[in-house]
Design a protein around this ligand. Structure first.
Ligand code: KG4
Ligand code: ZN
Length: 358
């Protein structure tokens, strides 16, 4: 795991902070210990994937119950591996939303209770803000400002990022998120849940060009996306056919090629439009190898740098939440508020735009 101190250039009033990060927005219990002077000390993720796979998707009630079971043992484990006692913590950060209400409540209540008992601030973090800042934990971290391509199971957005809370939306999906399209297409191909990584693996054996799929909104002239038509196009191609293993791999390849083409073209256009020279890729789909290869090539051609979080930090994790917490608590006023106010809430639906500072 990369150990990295943040921020590289500390503001004058910034003081080092040891933050416990807790992520429970969906089907992964993530916990991390982040020291703003020394970097990420330890992190652990428990994935509920096998439990939900039986049902073909996340079952919210089961997710909450499993977070209850896993969270405290994970906190103990991460503290032990990070070499810190509970009393050494300066703050606790947790995902306040968006996500599943019950699952969010588990993380929020544990975080707030810990913070209350220790007399330290607790801060609720926007899940997407976590993904947006996660590349700052990578070995080859970007500097603000950058363009972020956020591609997860719930979101597909291009954002201009100038600092914590300083974001401008450049474009987003009008329907399905890229990860959602991967998951739904994988289901059509009988790959189970969650299908993204399985589809990507199958696509590696697929031959390019055997099936032809559209590139939705490639020529729309804006930076928005649409992926639901692509899934329908796959459905049309496979409906009523008995597909041999190689056919399935070829369909997977065609689907992945189409998604990657669109993501690369729009990201390159976002770089051109903003005049920035760094593209940061965050969210689960950012783990996709073909996407990474294609973005790297586009970056070489057009002269921009592409930065990815470490693979294990692309998907949901506590490290990104701890980091976002440390960044937000670096602000004195925010720190005072997080200590004084012990009431808390979760926000299953929460628009990132409401966090944007002028
Ligand atoms: O960011 P994330 O862990 O969770 C949220 O949605 O917030 O992203 C999960 C999504 C799922 O849709 C999953 O299928 C997709 O990321 N994913 C991938 C890959 N790994 C995860 N999609 C394509 N290729 C991958 N290698
Ligand atoms: Zn996520």
């Amino acid at each position: 795991m990369a150990l990295r101190a943040y921020p590289a250039r500390a503001p004058a009033d910034w003081c080092p902070m040891l933050v416990l990060g807790i992520e429970t927005s969906c089907d992964e219990t993530g916990v991390a210990l982040y020291d703003s002077a020394r970097g990420l000390l330890a992190h652990a993720v428990y994935s509920q994937v096998t439990m939900h796979a039986e049902y073909g998707g996340v079952v919210p009630e089961l997710a909450s119950r499993d977070h209850v079971r896993r969270l405290l043992p994970l906190v103990r484990d991460v503290l032990a591996r990070g070499g810190a006692r509970l009393e050494a913590l300066d703050a606790v950060a947790y995902t306040e939303g968006p996500g599943l209400a019950g699952a969010l409540l588990v993380g929020a209540s544990v975080a707030e209770a810990l913070a209350l008992a220790l007399g330290i601030p607790a801060i609720g973090i926007h899940h997407l803000e976590g993904h947006l800042v996660s590349p700052l934990l990578s070995r080859d971290a970007p500097r603000f400002p950058f363009v972020a391509l956020l591609v997860s199971g719930g979101h597909t957005q291009l954002m201009e990022v100038h600092g914590i809370g300083r974001y401008a939306l450049l474009g987003e999906t009008l329907d399905d998120a890229a990860g959602e399209a991967f998951d739904k297409t994988a289901q059509l191909l009988g790959l189970g849940y969650p299908g993204g990584p399985a589809l990507a693996m199958l696509a590696e054996r697929g031959r390019a060009g055997r099936f032809v799929l559209p590139r939705p909104m490639l020529a729309s002239g804006d930076l928005d996306f649409s992926f639901s038509g692509l899934k329908t196009a796959v459905m049309t191609q496979v409906r009523g056919k008995v597909l041999a293993e190689q056919d399935r791999a070829d369909v997977a390849r065609a689907f992945q090629d189409a998604v990657v083409d669109v993501l690369v073209a729009k990201s390159t256009a976002a770089i051109e439009r903003t005049g920035l020279n760094q593209l940061v890729v965050a969210g689960g789909v950012g783990a996709n190898r073909e996407l990474r290869g294609a973005l790297d090539k586009a970056g070489e051609r057009a002269g921009f740098r592409v930065v990815y979080p470490e693979l294990e930090l692309c998907t949901d994790n506590g490290a990104m939440i701890a980091l976002a917490g440390a960044l937000r608590l670096g602000d004195q006023a925010m720190h005072a508020r997080a200590t004084a106010n012990r009431s808390f809430t979760v926000r299953p639906r929460w628009d990132l735009a409401t966090l944007v500072q002028p």
